[in-house]
Design a protein around this ligand. Structure first.
Ligand code: AGP
Length: 600
């Protein structure tokens, strides 16, 4: 949440900062700003809205070779120009951008800044005001920065400019991600390597509670006590074409279309030279030793976790619980002797999940992160990592990461089953290949999904998704997709549960999207459809070859029943996409959301 960039070098920083912010817009997009060191002082431009709105007010003739920038997802204070970053202290010597939440900002204001007028409603402003105050009291900027960081509680990634120290950007982080990028005669700062791939692919990872002094000739990493730290850079292995939309109108559509290729990439990545599925032996040991698995995740990743439970229990025979991460840390169930914690997170940065990881590490439990982002916080801090190999996912609505999560979870379950001597009775590699083709068939039939979206969703205010067994979990994901990008109120239910209350909401014409891909409950879900249809609902049935009946709206190609969620979710992604388009919604950047939720 929120994106930060910084540049210090010999070229004009404005365009580099703006381009960087455009790449970080997925992290928040309610307001944005840049500050440029401009000869005599620091010029700040900020605006409510998107980076395009900011770009429109940035004056061409302001030239500065040092600058910082920010794109915001509001936590404290409305998304308006005043609350947009950068923020400055009273005499405007210091200018700062911040990503994160300062939990004790009220206390700091009361104890240190009672006499300092605040301009904004943000938690951020106290940081820059406090640094200014400490410097007025006689500290150097570095001392003031370090002392201030020592007082902050919460999460932060910070970049600071001092109008009197021309050649420096002061940087620090705690819990929120931040990288320094290295160049020839320049250096950069970014929340995500993607933002600065335009100028470098060499990055330094920053650790919590370090002070980093970024100059154009070099970067110095210090402990809070001032001791120097030596760290080797890494090369970001992201292809620029992976993060461009190309000819697609939206990232979401591009990412939906990439799913068959992602399936094939995952199969390859998890096969050895004999085409056998493998995972690292240490991970296999951790699964073998566990008496219970706890899957911890949020949003779409939580929905993937619900299916992951089915895989690990049905294929590998290990009991699994799935938890919403924002709840688990504060309401932990009784834990067994030897639990294993699996964190599922596309971004690897979700703060709700990280707070659980921190707590279970304190308890001495083993952890595995399944993520799309190598080197992300959840990956670095867990004992083990499995990667999704889905390529960067830019659209806020998660699509290819979800199907990648399901594929990797199925591989994890299958390899564990084999290690436990369980015969699955099918070849997962072959079955995932069939899944890739079935997904492609859905992608090739986009007009049908567009037709369904316009027939069932063009005027409705609400929509229900129903299913049983695994279809219920896919329905939850379908509902999340539809509501987050089209703003249609959508909920997923277990088909049999409707009659216990929710059926009261069914009115003449209420769309009910029913999934029927599970043989054992095919008659049951069809019975549930009849119940809602009898009360006026407009049912749209998505079934699977072999289970179809006359009148079904869509029949999916046959795949192994355990893997049907990977295919059944694709029409739901596409239907949501077209429903959002019909309503003129901003598909890639839905209101009030951000891609990477780095605040609790
Ligand atoms: C879904 O489309 C959302 N992007 C959201 O629910 C997301 O899955 C959730 O915020 C968790 O993110 P993560 O996978 O990066 O941890």
């Amino acid at each position: 949440m929120c994106g930060i960039v910084g540049y210090i070098g010999e070229n004009d920083s404005k365009e580099i900062l703006l381009k960087g912010l455009e790449k970080l817009e997925y992290r928040g997009y309610d307001s944005a700003g840049i500050a440029v060191r401009n000869g005599s002082g620091i010029t700040v431009f900020k605006e409510k809205g998107r980076i395009a709105d900011l770009r429109a007010i940035v004056e061409e003739d302001v030239f500065g070779t040092t600058g910082i920038g920010h794109t915001r997802w509001a936590t404290h204070g409305k998304p308006n120009r005043v609350n947009a970053h950068p923020h400055q202290n009273g005499n405007e010597r210091f200018t700062l951008v911040h990503n994160g939440v300062i939990e004790n900002y009220h206390h700091i204001q009361r104890d240190y800044l009672a006499d300092v007028p605040m301009e904004s409603d943000t938690d951020t402003e106290i940081i820059v005001q406090l640094i200014g105050k400490f410097v007025e009291e006689g500290m150097t900027t570095e001392e003031a920065f370090s002392k201030t960081l020592g007082l902050l509680k919460g999460s932060y990634a910070i970049a600071l400019l001092d109008a009197e120290e021309e050649e420096t950007i002061f940087v620090a982080k705690n819990k929120s991600p931040l990288l320094v990028g290295l160049g020839e005669g320049f250096n950069v700062v970014a929340s995500d390597a993607m933002a600065m791939l335009q100028v470098t692919d060499k990055f330094l990872e920053l650790m919590d509670k370090e002070i980093v002094i970024v100059r154009k000739e070099g970067v110095e990493i210090l402990t809070l006590e001032g001791e120097s730290i030596n760290r080797q850079p890494f090369t970001a292995e992201i292809d620029m074409s992976d993060i461009e939309k190309g000819t697609y109108p939206h990232y979401m559509l591009k990412e939906i279309d990439e799913q068959p290729a992602v399936m094939r990439k995952i199969i390859q990545a998890y096969q050895d030279e004999n085409d056998k599925l493998v995972i690292q032996p240490e991970i296999l040991d951790a699964l073998q030793e566990a008496d219970r698995i706890h899957i911890i995740a949020a949003g779409t990743s939580y929905h993937a976790g619900l299916i992951g439970k089915e895989y690990l229990e049905k294929m590998a025979g290990i009991p699994v619980e799935v938890h919403v991460s924002s709840e688990f840390g504060y309401n932990m169930p009784l834990l067994s002797e030897k639990p294993l914690f699996i964190f599922i997170s596309q971004s690897g940065e979700t703060a709700d999940s990280r707070q659980v990881l921190v707590k279970i590490k304190e308890l001495g439990h083993t952890s595995l992160t399944i993520t799309n982002v190598a080197g992300s916080t959840l990956s670095r801090e867990a004992d083990h990592t499995l990667l999704l190999y889905a390529g960067p996912e830019i659209a806020v609505a998660s699509t290819k990461a979800y199907t990648a999560q399901l594929a990797v979870l199925s591989i994890l379950a299958a390899v564990t089953a084999e290690a436990r001597g369980i015969d699955l009775g099918f070849n997962l590699v072959q079955e995932l290949g069939i899944v890739a083709n079935a997904i492609q068939a859905q992608i090739d039939a986009k007009e049908e999904m567009e037709q369904i979206a316009s027939e069932f969703l063009s005027t409705t205010r609400n929509c229900f998704f129903i299913g049983r067994v695994m279809d219920y979990f896919v329905g939850l994901e379908g509902a999340l997709k539809l509501k987050e990008i089209s703003y249609i109120q959508a909920e997923g239910f277990a088909g049999g549960e409707l009659k216990h209350g929710t059926i009261a909401l069914i009115e003449e014409g209420t769309p009910v999207i029913a999934l029927a891909t599970q043989e054992a409950v095919n008659l049951n879900i069809r019975g549930n459809v009849k119940e809602v249809a009898a009360r006026g609902a407009n049912p749209c049935i998505i079934s699977m070859e072999g289970l179809q009946e006359a009148g079904d709206s869509l029949v999916l190609p046959k795949v192994h029943e355990l893997l049907s969620p990977l295919v059944a979710v694709v029409p739901l992604q596409l239907i949501s996409y077209f429903a959002a388009l019909h309503r003129d919604c901003d598909v890639d950047k839905p209101r009030n959301l951000a891609k990477s939720v780095t605040v609790e």
